[in-house]
Design a protein around this ligand. Structure first.
Ligand SMILES: [Zn+2]
Length: 287
C-alpha cells in the first residue's frame, strides 16, 4: 500500500530529473504529472515515460479501466476541465477547492484509491500544481502524504521559459511544443507559486524543501530527505518508471546538470530586478 510523495514547483525547476533520479535510487514509483493522466494520457494518448503511448502502457491500463468503470466518456472529458480549474492557483484564491463538484470529488477518491493500491512504499506525483495536494487530501490521511517543494533560482527558471521546447511525447502533433513565456511573466509565476505553496504548507504539515541547485551538487543527499527506503539491489527501476507528462528530457539519457546558461544570458539589470522582486518571497521558502 503506497503513500504519496507530492512535488510542488514551477515548471522548468528540474522536477523531471529529480523524479527520475529518486525513482532510480529509492523504492518510489514515478507517476509523473498525474494531474494530466486524463488530458494528456487518456484523451491525447501521449507517450508514457516508459516509451509507449499511454493507451498501450500496461501500468496505466489499470487506471483507465478503473476510470471507465466509474465514469462515462463524456464525464471523463468534463473531469479534465474541472480538475484544471480546481487545481489552478487562481482557483485557490477563489477558494474553488472548497466547492468541488460531486463528480470531481469522486475522481479524487479514485486517484487516492489508485495510489494506495500500488505495491510500493511510495508513489511520486510530480504534478507541480501546489493546490492539488489539498484536493487529494480529501481522501488521503495526514500521514499518507508528504510534500516536496522543489525550488530553483527564479532567474534560471524565467530564462528557461524564454525558450520553447519540442514535446516529443505528443503522438498526435497537437500541442507539440511547450511555448516560450516572457521573462517577467515567469518571475511573476514563480512568486505566485511561492505564495500559494506557503499557504498549502500550513495545511499539510509534512513538507520538505529542496533547492534544485543543492540537488545538482549532491543528488544523494537531496533525495535522502524523502522518507523512502533505498531500492533493492537487482530490482529494475524501469518497472517503477511510468511518468505521464513532464519534461521531454525523460526520453533521453539522464543528465543532472546545473544548466547555468542563464548566468551569462540574463542581463545584469534583469538579475537585479529579479532579486528585488523575489527577495521577500524567497523568505517564504527560507532560501
Ligand atoms: Zn508506461
Amino acid at each position: 500500500m503506497a503513500k504519496l510523495i507530492y512535488l510542488t514547483a514551477l515548471g522548468r525547476s528540474g522536477s523531471t530529473v529529480f523524479e527520475r533520479y529518486a525513482a532510480m535510487n529509492l523504492d518510489i514509483f514515478a507517476l509523473g504529472e498525474m494531474t494530466y493522466a486524463i488530458e494528456r494520457g487518456i484523451i491525447e494518448n501521449e507517450r508514457c515515460g516508459c516509451g509507449v503511448p499511454f493507451g498501450e502502457c500496461d501500468f496505466w491500463k489499470k487506471f483507465r479501466e478503473l476510470l471507465e468503470r466509474r465514469f462515462s466518456a463524456e464525464e471523463i472529458r468534463l473531469l479534465a476541465i474541472e480538475q484544471r480549474r480546481a487545481e489552478s492557483t487562481l482557483g485557490f484564491y477563489l477558494l474553488r477547492y472548497k466547492r468541488v463538484s460531486s463528480i470531481l470529488d469522486r475522481y479524487y477518491q479514485l486517484q487516492a484509491e489508485f495510489i494506495r493500491s500500488l505495491p510500493h512504499e511510495y508513489a511520486f506525483d510530480t504534478s507541480k500544481r501546489p493546490v492539488r495536494p489539498i484536493l487529494l487530501k480529501r481522501y488521503l490521511k495526514q500521514d499518507e502524504i508528504q510534500i516536496v517543494e522543489l525550488v530553483r533560482e527564479p532567474a534560471a527558471v524565467a530564462y528557461s521559459w524564454t525558450k520553447s521546447k519540442v514535446r516529443v511525447e505528443s503522438t498526435t502533433g497537437a500541442s507539440a511544443t511547450m511555448p516560450a513565456v516572457g521573462y517577467y511573466k515567469s518571475v511573476a509565476r514563480w512568486i505566485n507559486v511561492a505564495i500559494v505553496s506557503s499557504r498549502i504548507r500550513k495545511r499539510i504539515a509534512n513538507t520538505v524543501l529542496i533547492k534544485y541547485e543543492d540537488f545538482v551538487m549532491n543528488p544523494d543527499s537531496a533525495i535522502a530527505v524523502l522518507k523512502a527506503k533505498p531500492s533493492s539491489k537487482g530490482v529494475d527501476s524501469a518497472e517503477r518508471y511510468h511518468p505521464v507528462s513532464g519534461n521531454p528530457s525523460r526520453f533521453e539519457p539522464m543528465k543532472i546538470s546545473p544548466d547555468i546558461r542563464w548566468v551569462t544570458e540574463v542581463s545584469p539589470i534583469k538579475k537585479i530586478v529579479t532579486n528585488v522582486l523575489t527577495a521577500p518571497f524567497k523568505l517564504l521558502y527560507r532560501v
